[in-house]
Design a protein around this ligand. Structure first.
Ligand code: FAD
Ligand code: FES
Length: 280
């Protein structure tokens, strides 16, 4: 008899089967995955799982799909090292272990009824996509939704088809930018840093929450622009990455001063962490 999620140890992976693998860029793939016991993953947007491959160990990977999309979940994985390069060789029908979901999700209750400003750079679109899909599926729960995304080049953009659909959708205001456009590439968005997309926005600070996920260098510059728009740290959400091992607040590998990124985060309100050394 298989364990229920409550009976299973936090340290015991469950088996998952890859349904499809799709190239997102030359370095990132999207894995559509199902639990082999048929149960839903049971995650909320912003949470992550610990993926395990025999012989390679474990790596934390954000869930890139919304829990409102049932039957499977998705992981956007960059080929960054040993486990992820082994994962990139896997195909539909292959299996791997998963622990989780772990970590603090976006606070959907506090986001309810707000204008959302969803800002991501590079790989940060993968965890944010879970929330964007959730907003697509629960349109009545949020007010205006603005999506800003920046990538190094047009070819480095994740989820290109979905970006085009969000741009075309009346539900979202969507602006894209790239650092540069190599010769031969075709791109209709702006060229420059993502920070340049913020000044033209009209923001109602008392009814807006901004969510920021991206490479470390992006946070300070984006947050500075948001503060110029009078958005306080209690209205800015960030999702942070740290080296992780256990994923459940036991090993201490992921600490940000007194906080455990794996358990107190990875999603934080800015006023919880901006005063902590090395947080951003
Ligand atoms: C909460 C969380 C969510 C994540 N979500 C995703 C995701 O959705 N998709 C994705 O592709 N990656 C994600 N990552 C990053 C991913 O876990 C790391 O890249 C991981 O090291 C890959 O494992 P590996 O064995 O392939 O690489 P390794 O061989 O372990 O390491 C590759 C290199 O990355 C460095 N590294 C390891 N972890 C981190 C980290 N957290 N931050 C910066 N550098 C690190 C290592 O020191 C090494 O130089 C996430 C990390 C965290 C903490
Ligand atoms: S990863 Fe072990 S305490 Fe956070």
């Amino acid at each position: 008899m298989s364990d229920t999620p409550c009976q299973r140890s936090l340290y015991q992976p469950f088996d998952c089967e890859i349904i499809t693998v799709t190239d997102l860029t030359s370095a990132e793939k999207l894995f559509r995955v199902r639990r082999m016991d048929g149960l839903p993953l049971g995650h909320l947007p912003g949470q992550f799982v610990q993926v395990s491959l025999l012989g390679w160990g474990e790596a934390p990977i954000s869930v890139a799909s919304s829990p409102t999309r049932e039957g499977a979940f998705e992981l956007g994985v960059r080929n960054a090292g040993s486990l992820t390069s082994a994962m990139h060789l896997m195909q539909a029908g292959d299996t791997f272990g998963v622990r989780g979901p772990f970590g603090r999700s976006f606070d959907l209750q506090r986001l309810h009824g707000q204008d959302l400003l969803l800002i991501s750079g590079g790989c940060g679109l993968a965890p944010l996509r879970s929330l964007i899909q959730y907003c697509e599926d629960r349109p009545d729960e949020f007010d205006q939704i603005t999506v800003l995304y920046g990538a190094k080049s047009p070819g480095d953009r994740l989820f290109k088809d979905e970006l085009a659909a969000w741009e075309a959708s009346a539900r979202f205001a969507c602006s894209l930018t790239v650092d540069s456009v190599p010769g031969g590439d075709c791109f209709s968005g702006s060229v420059g840093l993502i920070t340049a997309l913020i000044p033209p926005l009209t923001i109602v600070p008392e009814n807006t929450v901004a969510v920021v996920i991206g490479p470390p260098a992006m946070y300070r510059a984006v947050i500075a622009e948001l503060k110029k728009k009078e958005l306080g740290p209690e209205r800015i959400v960030v999702s942070l990455e740290r080296q992780m091992r256990c994923g459940v607040g036991k090993c201490g590998h992921c600490t940000i001063e007194h906080l455990y990124c794996c358990q107190d985060g990875p999603v934080f309100w800015l006023d919880e962490i901006e005063h902590l050394r090395g947080a951003l």
